[in-house]
Design a protein around this ligand. Structure first.
Ligand SMILES: [Zn+2]
Length: 126
């Protein structure tokens, strides 16, 4: 699976009781980019979906994942995907939810971060 670099705000949040300074990635939205993150709920791996890519047009996250396997834990991703940071897997049995709308969408303090890019399998390449 290819990787893609996107610009993210990085926030260190208290996400749960006793879990402080947890690193949360928030893709910056701008006129040029519309990236969102999803997470594998089995292992916590993060994936970026580029909604400006014509390949993803009109597809759901599950359709984009198709039969793709998680590169980290090898499950069929479409069955284990959740929106991030609405769902954050912080440990084996602990999931938390973070509301990114409380964070203003500004460039300040953002960094380029590399994630696996989830995109539909190319037609005819099975
Ligand atoms: Zn996984």
């Amino acid at each position: 699976m290819q990787k893609k670099k996107i610009r993210c705000l990085i926030k260190y949040q208290s996400v749960a009781l006793g879990v402080y300074n947890y690193k949360v990635f928030l893709p910056l939205k701008s006129g040029w980019s519309n990236n969102s993150l999803v997470t594998c709920t089995n292992c916590g791996e993060l994936f970026v979906i580029d909604w400006e890519n014509p390949e993803t047009e009109n597809l759901s996250v599950k359709q984009i994942a198709g039969s793709t396997l998680c590169p980290t834990c090898n499950v069929v991703l479409s069955m284990y995907l959740a929106d991030y940071p609405t769902t954050i897997r912080i440990s084996e049995n602990q999931f938390v939810s973070f509301n990114d709308e409380v964070i203003s969408n500004q460039d300040e303090g953002s960094e380029i971060v590399e994630f696996y890019e989830l995109r539909p399998l190319q037609k005819g390449l099975n």
